[in-house]
Design a binder for this molecule. Sequence first.
Ligand code: UDP
Length: 327
Amino acid sequence: NDRDIIVVGGAGYIGAHVCKTLSKYGANPITFDNLSSGHAHAVKWGPLETVDLRDAGATEAAFQRYAHVETVIHLASSIEVGIGETHPAEFYQNNVLGAMNLLNAMRKTDAAQIIFSSTCATYGETDAMPLTENQPQIPLSTYGKTKLAIEHMIESYHKAYGLKYVTLRYFNAAGADEAGEIGEEHDPETHLIPIALRSAMGLRGRMKIFGTDYDTPDGSCIRDYIHVSDIALAHVKALLALDTGLAATSLNIGTGNGVSNLEVLQTIERVTGLPLPYDPAPRRGGDLSRLYADGAKAKAIIGFEPQHSGIETIIKTAWNFHKREMD
Ligand code: UDP
């Protein structure tokens, strides 16, 4: 429907999938990205404005160039949990100050609605699985704290200035688009599935599994993997809901199914036909033993249900993307 939408972080892994899905639904994604971890080659469905949210003046100027835009999707952030612990100043500056500059630029141009990428890492340590949105938010990591600070900022702007928002708390984003055009390429990579695929391909060392003595059926951690194209679809659903009167909500975006780290490795061996030996390693600091979503609220409020998030499909699409590295 020829509608311009600003996608901050549109050059990143999830952002590029969001842009592709928006364009499939007839909108025009305009990527704002500083390319610190995103890739210009992943911006294929609309223009790229290279802008850094930490620069308030540059951010406002970029918004003034698109002053007609009403809706912003904000996915840009520092995400590497370990770095957040050692370099919190960078995390607060990039995530929290960046979001503040963004919200203030939006106020100047009357951009009245935002879809914000948050995380299940904003919840505290709990055994209450599946996790509902009502669980207390007491994040363990600096990463989770910066995301929660932004959630609070958005809520305040909603109450005082009428900003409309949908906050999406993603569980474990994984997989790649069906066409293999875009996929996960973080540097350094810290996520289980891409690391394990590259290990199976012989492109990195033997796999380490962080913790095999957890109180879970096979002793390894359990996560809720959601296909990145499903996450992208959740943004479209959120947009439609905002357009039809939704004013403010926060939603878990997951599948409700927990998959263990060892099950991920077994699925990779099955899908790729490659052996994937691993070494048990000590637990990684800050890891919860299990984490999976209650998705009922997202289904009820924006009609979101995952379509591609079986672990087999996730691994097949991720493999389809990664095996091109061998060509
Ligand atoms: N993990 C692992 N080996 C690795 C990378 C990750 O055992 O090389 C584990 C990690 O400890 C966690 C799970 O895989 O239990 C998912 O980690 P990831 O970093 O992919 O996502 P997170 O759940 O931390 O957001």
